[in-house]
Write a protein that binds this ligand. Structure first.
Ligand code: SF4
Length: 367
């Protein structure tokens, strides 16, 4: 087992923005000598310094679903996907505004508008300008848009409309990119990220773990965000086989490995908003609450085409662990509100009067 100095060095290097060696990163991810709880504690020390006990809740709005001409293998909306998802063109502005209100009232800090497709048309950019302005006028919400590949000119228009952040995921390591998509390149994605940072727009860019990439690829991904300018937010997704399982993971996505991945991203990107994104519930399982000690952000109320654990459960998890949300609403009051709407026939979430079927499981005829 590694001595306590190993973990102390991780904290010092992270807080002082020193580079980590490949060897150390590998130890964090897969060494049996590195204890999970000690790694989490190191990540937590760094998390606390920048984010105290705050959790930023992000709510995704899948503004347009399907009809994509790209062939990203991981995506249920790609032209080659066989998953039976509900497809629709862009939602109306009224529908988007109604859902923005719901997100705000559920405790969201950031509202993310996600579009399928290579990139937005001129008319979509115009609509987006209106939507961003209206949301910013009406609600105390940070707005993030995930529109695909964009030019600097169009990005400027969105920034001037009040956009707080652009989401554009890198998804995997440069060397591995050809294995997940053939219709655009890693460089295309980097170009959009660079254009955004050149005009002073904050950037959110994340990854999907579990698509067959190696441990070295994961390390290169975590290091890349440190190199790029203006990456303020990193969603770490774990591959969900919505579109049947097209990848063979190089390392099993056990709860322990997933937590170690989150530790690596936190330690290498100490001040970034690290998010436990899609796959949180599926892979972390009973260890889910532990991610809050590493990350300072989660998606609530599901992902693009997959439901999550639900608003009440997520808020309760945050409160149970002694964390708080950044919102105009108090977490306690939100929990009471959702508890009332979801559990009217129960006395308490942990107390349920047994039904006859619980008490008398064996039929009398059998005894
Ligand atoms: S560009 Fe976006 S929506 Fe289209 S296939 Fe790729 S990830 Fe899916």
């Amino acid at each position: 087992m590694f001595k306590s100095s190993f973990y102390k060095n991780l904290i010092d290097s992270s807080l002082n923005k020193k580079t980590f060696s490949m060897e150390t990163c590998k130890d964090i991810l897969v060494s049996e000598e590195a204890e999970l709880l000690d790694l989490i504690n190191a990540a937590y020390t760094v998390r606390k310094k920048f984010w105290k006990k705050d959790v930023n809740i992000h709510v995704i709005n899948n503004v347009q679903n399907g009809y994509c001409a790209e062939d990203c293998k991981y995506c249920a909306q790609s032209k080659s996907a066989s998953a039976k998802i509900v497809t629709y063109p862009m939602k109306s502005i009224d529908e988007i505004m109604h859902e923005a209100k719901e997100a705000y009232e559920s405790g969201a800090y950031r509202y993310c508008l996600v579009f399928a497709g290579t990139g937005p048309s001129e008319s979509r950019v115009k609509k987006l300008e209106t939507i961003i302005k209206t949301i910013k006028e009406k609600y105390h919400l940070e707005v993030c848009v995930s529109p695909g590949i964009m030019s600097k000119t169009d990005l400027k228009k969105l920034k001037e409309a009040g956009l707080d952040r652009l989401n554009h995921n890198l998804n995997t390591a440069e060397k591995y990119y050809k294995n997940i998509c053939s219709t655009h390149t890693y460089k295309d994605r980097i170009n959009t990220l660079n254009s955004a940072s050149e005009i002073g727009l904050d950037v959110c860019s994340g990854v999907i773990i579990g698509m067959g990439e190696s441990v070295t690829d994961v390390i290169n991904m975590a290091m890349k965000f440190n190199e790029l300018k203006n990456v303020k937010s990193i969603p770490v997704n774990f591959f969900m086989p919505v579109n049947k399982n097209v990848f063979k993971p190089a390392v099993d996505l056990t709860p322990e490995y997933c937590l170690r991945v989150l530790c690596l991203f936190r330690l290498l990107n100490p001040a970034a908003e690290i998010r436990a994104a899609a796959g949180r519930e599926l892979y972390l399982k009973s260890m889910q609450v532990m991610c809050l000690y590493i990350v300072n952000s989660i998606f609530m109320n599901g992902y693009l085409n997959v439901t999550g654990s639900g608003i009440l459960k997520d808020l309760q998890m945050i409160r149970d662990a002694g964390f708080n949300i950044k919102s105009d609403f108090k977490i306690k009051e939100l929990i009471e509100k959702y508890f009332k709407s979801e559990k009217t026939d129960e006395i308490d979430s942990n107390i349920r009067i047994k039904k006859k079927s619980d008490l008398r499981r064996v039929s009398h005829k059998l005894i």
